[in-house]
Structure formats: structure tokens, C-alpha cells
Design a protein. Structure first.
Ligand code: SF4
Length: 467
């Protein structure tokens, strides 16, 4: 903001123009100077705080020097991967607690491997047609091409007279981040090449290349980078010890599971009915699919004055369901994903749903991360078991190599789905599971289902357990 000559109180104006600190030059490599507003870690540790200290670094340093602090996964992992030594004396806490532990794999793979997007190719004027995207060596050549191009762009920019007159460090910083990402990819991937899976490239409906990723199959090799405390507590309502240890590589003898025996929420508030209408799969007949949709219609009619949630396994199934509902129930539906056809965000759609009288959200992505408390949802329908999509190469290979992982992913998602509408002690919602494959998944893998769900999933044996 200072560089652009605007008052430091004009925050909205700065945000509109993208003059924000994610583009800031915290450290200028050329002049070797740090941003004037960046506080010193040693000063923050001594409690010397200035009024105009950069809020980002102030919070980061205050968190580091505090006895207890809360981090999001992205910033914590970033630090553990790249700045562990720099902040070693502050990171050596005895205890670390990791929430939403069932999502750890997704978090780790964001920090390992590479993603190549269409915009990177455009920025570097690289024609994807010149590479065999089924061949990892060729994809690595493509990645090298990207890093070389970004390096060239940085040096051309810095040597230009325009830059000398009016230096734009924001652009340099952005290019450097991209250069670093692709330059580091080669050594990371080649140091353990057999563990990296080249996913199928993603092309849009018009056949245009959109993205490509190379991701590790087994994340256990990276776990020690991110989890390095004497006592670590992983919290989740939906993990089981065996698959957790298999996936993370933690020695089962060093892991103790604290499996809450009985849910703290009353059983009558979280009833689940397995209607087992049909067993759905990729090859299901149209008749079977229609029977499931007919049941959805019946349940929606039963709860005609209530809001609810329908969960299924893909966007195409969402449209199939919508298409075949009765006219009355069709009007109640809002299809909701992170990106929606009408340009609305997930939050906007959920907000509209909250304001409706008897709306019903229909989604293949709201299995997790949405909070439909109280009247926002009084019934939930699981239309299809949420097995991971085998269209992704990594998922397919991982399923073949680690069948337990594949089942654990589906169970975790299903149980997360059960919890979307019952958010605290007094809250209630009725859940209906229509796909018998979902019921079967739980019955056949009882050991992988945390005890707190046994009363609603295996009611007869749970009574025996209670005596
Ligand atoms: S130190 Fe803070 S204020 Fe300065 S550029 Fe970096 S993020 Fe922005």
C-alpha cells in the first residue's frame, strides 16, 4: 500500500486492487532489505510490539513464542517442511494436537508432488502437445521447462529498464514462488520415483487441457516431516487404528487409540434407518436407480415441512436424482458443490437453504465440512455409498495396493455424512441409508467403525454390550 502511495487505512481499496500481503515483498533479495513493517522474532519474544507491526508476522511470531498456539494445517505444514530448523527452538513443543485427523492424507499430498495447470503452460508459452502426459519422465521434462521459463522471466524482468524505473516486486515474488515449486519437484519425485503416481490429465468438455498432477501413493515417508513431537494427539470421530497406522506408517505399538465407547449425543436424536432399497454400483440398472430415487421422493414428502440433505457419490447422480423427483419436491432442491453452475459459492447456496422454509440440499461433496445445525436439516438421505472415485489413477492404484485404505476412506466419509445435521447435544435429525452397499460396507468392516456409532449401526449387539 505504501509503495502504491495510498494511505494505510485504505484497506478496502488495497484489497480491491490486490495490493495485499500475499503479494508483499517481505524480503527484497536485491537490496537485501526486509519490509519496514516486519517485526523481529526476538523482539516479539521479549514482548516488544510496535503499533504498526505487520499483523501476519506478529501473529505468526506470537504463536511461535507462546506456550500454546493454534495453527491451520497449511501454515503449520509449510513451516514444518521449509522452516523447521529456522524455528526449531519454538517448534519443540512436547504435545501437539491434530484435529480432523481423517483429512491428514489430503493435507500432506498438497505439499508433496506437483500440479500443473493450464495457466502455467500459457504463462511459459509451452505447448502441452509436445509432451507425452502418460509418461512421468516426459511430465518431469515439462516441469523442468516450466521452472526454466519462470527463471528466465525473472531475470528478464529484473534486467529490464522498466523494472529499474518502476520495480514491481510483487510480480517477481510470484514468479519466484512458481519457479521454486517446479525446480524442487524433480529432486522430490526422483528421490522416490516408484512412489509417485501420474494422474490422468484433466481435459474440459471441449478437449482442452486443464490440469495434471503427480502425487505420492504412500504418504508415510513424509509423515515424519510434519509430525515430530514426543506426544501427538490425533482427533477424529471417524478413524480406526489399523488403517490409520497403515496409512501414516506409525508403529502400531507406539499408538494408543482412545475409542469413545458411547456417543455423548442421545440415541433418539441421531437415528439411522437402513432401508436397503437396492445395491448401487457403477453398473446398476436404470430400474434400480429409479427405485432409489422413488424412495428419496417418499422421504422428502414425509418431511414436507422440514429442511434436509441428500448425499450421493457424483455430480451426475445429483442431476439424475433431480430430474426424476416429483414436481413438488424438485422445487425444494438446491444442488450444492464448491463450484456451482450459477456461479454461486457453497456458502451462498447453504445460506439460501438456511433462509428457505423446506429446502433440501443435494450434493456429492457435502459429506464433510458443512454445519447444518438444528432446523437447517432434520432429515438426511444417503443415496449412494461414498467410495472414492476410481477415475483418478492414484485412487485406483492405492485401492489395489491398500484395500484397507479404500474401505476406510468410504467408511470415514459415510460416518462424516451421518454427522452433518446433528451438531450438538440437543440437535436432532433422522438419517436414511438407501444403498445397501453402504450398509454392507459397515456390517462387513465392523472393526473399522468407531464404537460411538455402534448403537445406531449395530443396535442388537450394542444392547448386549451394554448388558
Ligand atoms: S512483512 Fe508483512 S507487511 Fe511487509 S510485505 Fe510481508 S506480509 Fe506485507
Amino acid at each position: 500500500m505504501e509503495k502504491h502511495g495510498i494511505d494505510l487505512t485504505e484497506k478496502d481499496f488495497a484489497v480491491q486492487n490486490k495490493w495485499t500481503c500475499d503479494m508483499g515483498t517481505c524480503f527484497d533479495k536485491k537490496t537485501k532489505k526486509e519490509c519496514n513493517y516486519k517485526p523481529k522474532l526476538s523482539d516479539v519474544a521479549e514482548g516488544k510490539i510496535k503499533q504498526d507491526d505487520c499483523l501476519y508476522y506478529l501473529q505468526k511470531y506470537q504463536s511461535l513464542v507462546s506456550s500454546h498456539s493454534i495453527w491451520n494445517y497449511a501454515s503449520y505444514f509449510q513451516m514444518m517442511k521449509y522452516q523447521k530448523e529456522k524455528y526449531a527452538e519454538y517448534l519443540n513443543k512436547k504435545v501437539a494436537i491434530f484435529d480432523e485427523a481423517h483429512r491428514i492424507e489430503d493435507q500432506i499430498i498438497q505439499f508433496v508432488g506437483i500440479d500443473i495447470f493450464e495457466r502455467n503452460l500459457n504463462e511459459c508459452k509451452i505447448d502441452v502437445e509436445n509432451y507425452d502426459l502418460q509418461d512421468i519422465d516426459d511430465v518431469m521434462k515439462l516441469s523442468d521447462g516450466l521452472s526454466e521459463s519462470y527463471a528466465r522471466q525473472i531475470s528478464e524482468l529484473e534486467d529490464s529498464s522498466a523494472f529499474a524505473q518502476n520495480p514491481d516486486y510483487e510480480v517477481v515474488q510470484t514468479l519466484e514462488n512458481k519457479y521454486k515449486k517446479y525446480a524442487e519437484a524433480r529432486s522430490e519425485i526422483y528421490s522416490n520415483k516408484e512412489n509417485f503416481i501420474l494422474n490422468k490429465p484433466y481435459y474440459d468438455e471441449g478437449g482442452k487441457f486443464r490440469s495434471l498432477s503427480v502425487k505420492p501413493l504412500d504418504i508415510s515417508k513424509y509423515v515424519s516431516t510434519f509430525f515430530d513431537h514426543p506426544i501427538q494427539i490425533f482427533m477424529s470421530a471417524t478413524i480406526d487404528k489399523e488403517s490409520f497406522c497403515e496409512n501414516t506408517g506409525f508403529n502400531p505399538e507406539m499408538v494408543e487409540i482412545v475409542d469413545t465407547q458411547v456417543s455423548p449425543f442421545p440415541i433418539e436424536n441421531r437415528k439411522v434407518e437402513f432401508t436397503d432399497v437396492k445395491r448401487l454400483s457403477y453398473n446398476s440398472t436404470r430400474d434400480d436407480e429409479q427405485l432409489v430415487i422413488k424412495k428419496i421422493d417418499e422421504i422428502m414428502t414425509k418431511y414436507s415441512d422440514k429442511k434436509g440433505l441428500i448425499l450421493t457419490s457424483s455430480k451426475s447422480r445429483c442431476f439424475e436424482i433431480l430430474e426424476n423427483l416429483s414436481a413438488e419436491n424438485k422445487k425444494r432442491i438446491r444442488i450444492c458443490h464448491s463450484f456451482n453452475a450459477n456461479g454461486k459459492t457453497q456458502d451462498q447456496v447453504v445460506q439460501e437453504h438456511a433462509e428457505s422454509a423446506n429446502g433440501v440440499l443435494l450434493s456429492s461433496s457435502l459429506w464433510e465440512g458443512v454445519d447444518l445445525k438444528e432446523d437447517m436439516s432434520r432429515f438426511q438421505i444417503v443415496a449412494k455409498a461414498p467410495y472414492p472415485m476410481l477415475s483418478e489413477t492414484r485412487t485406483k492404484i492405492k485401492m489395489q495396493k491398500y484395500p484397507l485404505w479404500y474401505k476406510a476412506q468410504a467408511i470415514m466419509k459415510l460416518l462424516q455424512g451421518f454427522g452433518r445435521s446433528i451438531r450438538d447435544y440437543g440437535d436432532w435429525a433422522d438419517t436414511y441409508v438407501l444403498d445397501s452397499a453402504a450398509h454392507e460396507l459397515l456390517l462387513m468392516n465392523r472393526k473399522m467403525v468407531p464404537h460411538a456409532y455402534h448403537d445406531i449401526i449395530f443396535p442388537s449387539s450394542f444392547k448386549e454390550f451394554l448388558g
